[in-house]
Design a protein around this ligand. Structure first.
Ligand code: 5AD
Ligand code: SF4
Length: 459
C-alpha cells in the first residue's frame, strides 16, 4: 500500500515541475512515506529524518515532508521532535499533496494535514513512466480496514473500509495494459470484503472482470483475510485463466488461544479447512502467509502449535515478525508480554523451519519448466546491464508463485527470438539457490498488434 501511495505522490508532483532524483543531496523536496505497522518501521522513519536534518543544514531551501501512517498517528510528535520537517500529511491527504506543498511555499510555515474522509478517491494512481516496474503494477481497489485485530494499527491510521467502483478499477487496468503492463496486483487490506459496504459487485466478480481485460497476462491480489474467504473466491483459481496460482493468506498464529486474543475470528481448523479446499481446487497453488511470534500471553505450547501448522501447510514462503506494541492497538495493554530474547529465539526457529521447507520446494522445481514474466536483467549498475562471470546477460523475472528466476535467454538457444521485458516465457529450472531459482529459457510467447498498431501480448 505504501509503495502504491509513493508512486501516486510522484505522479501527482510531476505536473508541478518536480523530477525524481536518486540523490537526496540534489533534491529540493524530500518526502518520507512512513509505515507504522511495527515499532521498528517507525524507529527507522525517525532515524532517517534525523539524517535529513543534516542535509537541511547544508541546503536551507530544502523542503522536507512526512506522509503515511506514522504521519497520521504522530503528526504533532514528529513536528516537535524533528525541527527540519516542513509539512506532515496523513494517509487520506495524498490527493492534496501538491496543494500542501504550495501552501508551505506561499505561507512560509509548517503545515499539518491529517484529515480523514469517508470518500475514496476514484482516480486511482494512473499510468506514467516514473515508476520502477513497467510490467507489474499495483491497483488499489479499496482502502482502510474494519477488522480491528488487537495488535494492529491499520484501522486507526488508514480509517474504515471503502471500496472503489468496479468500472474505474477495470478502466485503470485497461489503461495500464495499453501502456505495456502485463501483471496487476489488486490491492486492499482485506480484499475479500471488497464492495460489501457499498453494495458493489463481489470480489470474485471483480476478479473475473479484470481477468477478461484484453492483453492482461497475470492477475494477483493481496491481502485476503481467512475469515472472509468464500468458496466463490476459491473457485476463481480454477475458473480464471489469468489468476496466478498463488495466495497470500496471513494466519498470524497456529494456536486457537492466541488467535482468539488477536481477534482474528477463525480457528486453526477453520483456516486449515480453507487451505485444504484451495489445494483441492488448485493442487499446485503456492501459499504464503504472515506470522507474529511473541504475542502477549503466547506460551511455548502455543508456539509449537504454530510450528506444527507451518509443517502441515507447507508454505511456499512466509513473513514473520516479533510482536511489538503499537499506539492505539488494544494488545498494547494485554498482560503476559513475552521477553525480547524469547521472541527472538522463536522467530529464529520459525524462520529456519521455513527456510528448509522453501529449499525443499525449490529443489523439487529443478528439471521443471515454469512460466516467468520477464521483468528485466538480473545484474544492473544504474542503467547499465552487467554480464555474469561467463560474459553472458542474465534475465530476471518471477514465477506465478512470485519466486525470482534468473535465466539465460536467446543466446543459449538459437531457435529463440530476442527476449523483451514484459514477455511471458518458459524457463527450465537448472538450479535452486537459497533465495532464487536459475534456469534457461525454452520458449517465448508471441506478441500481437491490434488494428491501431498498438502492441498487445497474447497470453
Ligand atoms: N507486531 C508485529 N507484527 C505485526 N503485524 C501487524 N501488526 C503487528 C505488530 N503490532 C504484522 C502482521 C501483518 C503484517 C503486515 O504485519 O503479521 O499481517
Ligand atoms: Fe490489521 Fe487485521 Fe486489518 Fe489486517 S485485517 S489490516 S491485521 S486489523
Amino acid at each position: 500500500m505504501n509503495v502504491y501511495d509513493s508512486e501516486r505522490i510522484i505522479r501527482l508532483l510531476k505536473p508541478e515541475g518536480f523530477i525524481r532524483t536518486d540523490f537526496p543531496e540534489k533534491a529540493d523536496l524530500i518526502i518520507l512515506n512512513t509505515c507504522a505497522i511495527r515499532e521498528k518501521a517507525e524507529q527507522k522513519a525517525f532515524s532517517f529524518l534525523g539524517r535529513l536534518s543534516k542535509l537541511k543544514k547544508k541546503n536551507p531551501e530544502l523542503l522536507v515532508g512526512v506522509g503515511g501512517c506514522v504521519a497520521q498517528q504522530e503528526a504533532e510528535k514528529a513536528l516537535s521532535r524533528v525541527p527540519s520537517i516542513d509539512f506532515v500529511f496523513g494517509t487520506h491527504a495524498v490527493p492534496r499533496i501538491a496543494e500542501i506543498i504550495n501552501r508551505v511555499e506561499v505561507e512560509g510555515r509548517r503545515i499539518v494535514d491529517v484529515k480523514m474522509s469517508d470518500e475514496i478517491n476514484e482516480s486511482g494512481r494512473g499510468v506514467d513512466d516514473t515508476e520502477n516496474s513497467t510490467v507489474s503494477r499495483f491497483v488499489t481497489i479499496m482502502r482502510g480496514c474494519d477488522n480491528f485485530c488487537t495488535y494492529c494499527v491499520v484501522p486507526h491510521v488508514r480509517g474504515s473500509e471503502a471500496s472503489r467502483k468496479p468500472d474505474s478499477i477495470v478502466n485503470e487496468v485497461k489503461a495500464l495494459v495499453d501502456a505495456g503492463v502485463r501483471e496487476v496486483t489488486l490491492l486492499g487490506q482485506n480484499v475479500n470484503s471488497y464492495g460489501t459496504k457499498e453494495g458493489l459487485c463481489s470480489f470474485p466478480e471483480l476478479l473475473s472482470r479484470v481477468n477478461d481485460v484484453t492483453g492482461i497476462g497475470r492477475v494477483r491480489f493481496t491481502t485476503s483475510h481467512p475469515k472472509d474467504m468464500s468458496d466463490e473466491l476459491i473457485d476463481s483459481f480454477q475458473n480464471l485463466d489469468k489468476l496466478c496460482n498463488h495466495i497470500h493468506l496471513p494466519v498470524q498464529s497456529g494456536s486457537d488461544r492466541v488467535l482468539k486474543k488477536m481477534n482474528r475470528k477463525y480457528t486453526r481448523d477453520q483456516y486449515l479447512d480453507k487451505i485444504m479446499r484451495l489445494k483441492k481446487v488448485c493442487p499446485d497453488i503456492a501459499i504464503t502467509s504472515d506470522f507474529i511470534v511473541g504475542f502477549p500471553g503466547e506460551m511455548e505450547d502455543d508456539f509449537q502449535e504454530t510450528i506444527k501448522l507451518i509443517e502441515t501447510v507447507g508454505y511456499d514462503g512466509l513473513f514473520a515478525f516479533k510482536y511489538s506494541d503499537r499506539p492505539s492497538a488494544p494488545a498494547r495493554s494485554f498482560s503476559g508480554k513475552v521477553p525480547e530474547d524469547i521472541k527472538k529465539k522463536r522467530l529464529k526457529v520459525l524462520l529456519e523451519l521455513q527456510e528448509s521447507i522453501t529449499a525443499e520446494k525449490n529443489k523439487m522445481l529443478v528439471g521443471q519448466t515454469v512460466q516467468v514474466l520477464v521483468e528485466g536483467f538480473s545484474k544492473k549498475q544504474g542503467n547499465e546491464t552487467l554480464t555474469d562471470k561467463l560474459g553472458k546477460t542474465q534475465w530476471s523475472g518471477r514465477t506465478v508463485a512470485h519466486k525470482i528466476v534468473n535465466f539465460y535467454g536467446s543466446d543459449e538457444n538459437e531457435n529463440l527470438p530476442e527476449i523483451s521485458i514484459g514477455q511471458l516465457v518458459d524457463v527450465r529450472i537448472e538450479k535452486a539457490l537459497a533465495h532464487s531459482l536459475w534456469g534457461i529459457c525454452t520458449h517465448i510467447d508471441h506478441d500481437t498488434r491490434d488494428e491501431k498498431g498498438d502492441k498487445h501480448y497474447a497470453a
